[in-house]
Design a protein around this ligand. Structure first.
Ligand code: NIG
Ligand code: FE
Length: 417
């Protein structure tokens, strides 16, 4: 039950004259919408969500502060559940090579690709990484993102993997976002382990992941399961260590080919499986059975000029939940707009605007294991929401290059952006 009240004491603040796109599955209307809605907060949490007409007393008697939303739409704050936003350098030259016909896999096999970002990230100072990541994060924050997942995976040595995760944690302290860190040591085989992926996986499992966990730097564990990266067997070894530490897992799977990574991940109870352009029927069934979220990354599909799309109709049919994220990274998805990514999810993959918004709120929260806390406008959840100057929530997916955000509320208070 979302429409309801936490207690009868005064709320800290209430917003009136708003459309609420609650995204709550308990409200049957599209977007879980409540047309003439009110939302109240107390102690940083949502204390009330409902129709204005259902309030028992005048608002002035119910909340210390009354905000007039002047007809704005309010949605849960956005969540970018898959990024590689901390990295050194850029890959504009590689972009040029791809435009001349080289494929992402060819570039990767020639030792450029991810490895060039690894060199740049190893060479960058903590401060350089922090400043460059903060610059890329700013446009996302300005679009109402209050939770961002940040992966390691461009260090591939002990010091740099730790440095990346420390930068990610520092971003959470210095910017108005909650950061979820993901250890992605198994992203690529670094040059010093060339031709010996198994020995590199030993190093990740025995040294790097335990050291990062010991320092409290790891919220989740990810890997890249692909011909140009790691086999399901190698990924399985990383997952075994994650399990020892009780850490949730997720996987980059079936982006360029179908190795069955999604089945491995689903059977291991992964929170999410990401990319999935090449997932087959068995993978889809496995994801549906385990409740693993399919994280769609249309930015990478677009930038790499791919033609094989993730099987959206089959996901719907099987009841696989779908999230949408930027995959912000220097190689395959130099994208720093979640609203544009929602548009791409609709235009390129065929999501509905409602699915796209659910994908960056409710389902993105689920992909990070935060569904109980975030992702919908519901009593008891963190009071993170966005006021938008739009006439219909579908507009968030419809326009390109336009940011209708009025204000971002985080833990019940307006953020300065
Ligand atoms: O999600 N697929 C693997 N990793 C990233 C790309 C990394 C890179 O090219 O730098 C991705 O697309
Ligand atoms: Fe990625």
């Amino acid at each position: 039950m979302v429409t309801g009240t936490m207690s009868s004491e005064m709320w800290d603040a209430i917003w009136v004259d708003a459309g609420l796109a609650t995204l709550d599955l308990g409200i049957a209307a599209p977007f879980g919408r409540i047309e003439d809605g009110v939302i109240a907060v107390k102690d940083g949490r949502i204390a009330h969500v409902g129709a204005r007409d259902d309030l028992p007393r005048p608002v002035e008697h119910m909340a210390a502060v009354v905000h007039d939303a002047e007809g704005a739409w309010i949605t849960p704050a956005l969540i970018d559940c898959h990024t590689h936003i901390v990295h050194g350098g850029h890959r504009a030259r590689e972009f040029d090579l791809r435009l001349q016909g080289a494929s992402y896999a060819e570039i990767s096999r020639s030792g450029v690709g991810i490895r060039s970002t690894v060199m740049a990230t190893r060479a960058a100072s903590f401060e350089d990484l922090l400043v460059s990541a903060a610059r890329r994060l700013e446009p996302l924050v300005s679009e109402g993102v209050t939770v961002v997942e940040i992966k390691s995976g461009y260090g591939l040595d002990l010091d740099t993997e730790l440095k990346m995760l420390e930068v990610a944690r520092a971003i959470g302290e210095r910017m108005p976002v909650t950061v979820v860190t993901t250890f992605l040591g198994a992203h690529a085989v670094p040059a010093e382990f060339d031709g010996d992926a198994d020995r590199y996986i030993d190093f990740v499992c025995d040294e790097v992941l335990p050291a990062a966990v010991e320092r409290g730097l790891v919220d989740q564990v990810d890997a890249f399961c692909e011909g140009i990266a790691f086999s399901p067997e190698q990924v399985g070894r990383v997952f075994d260590v994650a399990r020892l530490f009780n850490l949730p897992i997720k996987l980059h799977a079936e982006q360029l080919s179908d190795l069955g990574g999604s089945i491995l991940a689903a059977e291991a109870g992964a929170l999410s499986c990401d990319h999935l352009e090449f997932v087959g029927p068995d993978g889809i069934d496995a994801l549906a059975r385990s409740g693993t979220v399919a994280v769609l990354l249309p930015g990478a599909f677009f930038v790499l000029g791919k033609t094989t799309k993730p099987p959206i109709a089959a996901f719907r049919e099987a009841g696989v939940r779908m999230a949408v994220a930027t995959d912000c990274n220097p190689g395959s998805s130099p994208v720093t707009s979640l609203l544009t990514t929602m548009n791409m999810a609709c235009v390129l993959f065929g999501l509905t605007p409602e699915e796209a918004l659910a994908g960056t709120t409710r389902e993105a929260a689920r992909a990070l294991g935060l569904a109980a806390e975030r992702g919908t406008l519901a009593v008891g959840k963190a009071a993170d929401f966005v006021l938008w100057r739009i006439q219909d929530p579908a507009e968030l997916s419809y326009r390109i290059g336009f940011n209708p955000r009025i204000e971002v509320i985080r833990a019940g208070a307006p953020t300065l952006i």
